[in-house]
Ligand binder design. Sequence first.
Ligand code: C2E
Ligand code: CA
Ligand code: CA
Ligand code: CA
Length: 281
Amino acid sequence: AKAAGGNAIRSHTPVMNERITFRMSLETKLRRAVAKNQLQLYFQPQVATASGRLTGAEALLRWHDGEKFIPPDHFIPVAEDSGLIIQIGEWVVERTIAQILEWRALNLAVPPIAINLSPRQFWHSSISTFILERLRQAGLPTSAIKAEVTESVLLDAENASIEELRRLHAAGVMIALDDFGTGYSSLSYLQRLPIGTLKIDKSFIKDLVLDEPTSSSEPMVRAIMAMAKSLSLEVVAEGVETQPQRRELEALGCDVIQGYLIGRPLPAGEFAEKFLSRSRP
Ligand code: C2E
Ligand code: CA
Ligand code: CA
Ligand code: CA
């Protein structure tokens, strides 16, 4: 047994050992950050392409570990692998609902706030029950939040995730399909999923208006728009950074845009100051 153990350890290359150690320390730190309530939610505006009217916002996790900022693309995979995403995901739901209530108490008009749901959150007990129960306790309508999922929820063999999405949708929670165009792209699932919104991935938006027209993603975006229209889906373009991109999206009939051109994700207070207005008495 001793020899086998030794072999097992030696079978990791130094680089692998370093990776594993790095990941373990990140997991330990993340666990501590969750326990100490050190994660934050930032909010990024979504506006009607033509009028600029605020139509929604996306809640995005932020983790400041001392001086440095650890991007979600680094720690979300760790949270997913370790199962911490369950706890973090529930915190995101609770914090979003608490934030909506705080803004409402300040008499601010709050648009639907979108939260991101990982596939793993659908394996665990009922995420739909959790969300609907928290909304009910808060006295908020189901239209107060929106759920963003990626095509990877479809990898769930038993289709339990789709059942969960159907329950949310039936109760009135809007569902958006995130990063559209980057996944498996069998389009048949679009009709099986209870979604109301497609979010065009930012890689398409980046290549929308180029000096070199042959590498433009314009034909792709045009095709996505046509398909969305025929299925009566709303389209949100993410990663909109320039005015020419916005103009092009408006010409293509894209309903809503989100990106640095309109505003970066901001802490709740700054977001409210910049983007929320008083609701009419
Ligand atoms: P995502 O859901 O696709 O979120 C959009 C990402 O694009 C965000 O990155 C946002 O800050 C960034 N972004 C927004 N506008 C622009 C722009 O004009 N240009 C560019 N280049 N980027 C823009 P962020 O905040 O770093 O989040 C990365 C990913 O982490 C998210 O991608 C999402 O998959 C995941 N994530 C973030 N928060 C949560 C969460 O609460 N739960 C889960 N499960 N995942 C989350
Ligand atoms: Ca998203
Ligand atoms: Ca996205
Ligand atoms: Ca993404």
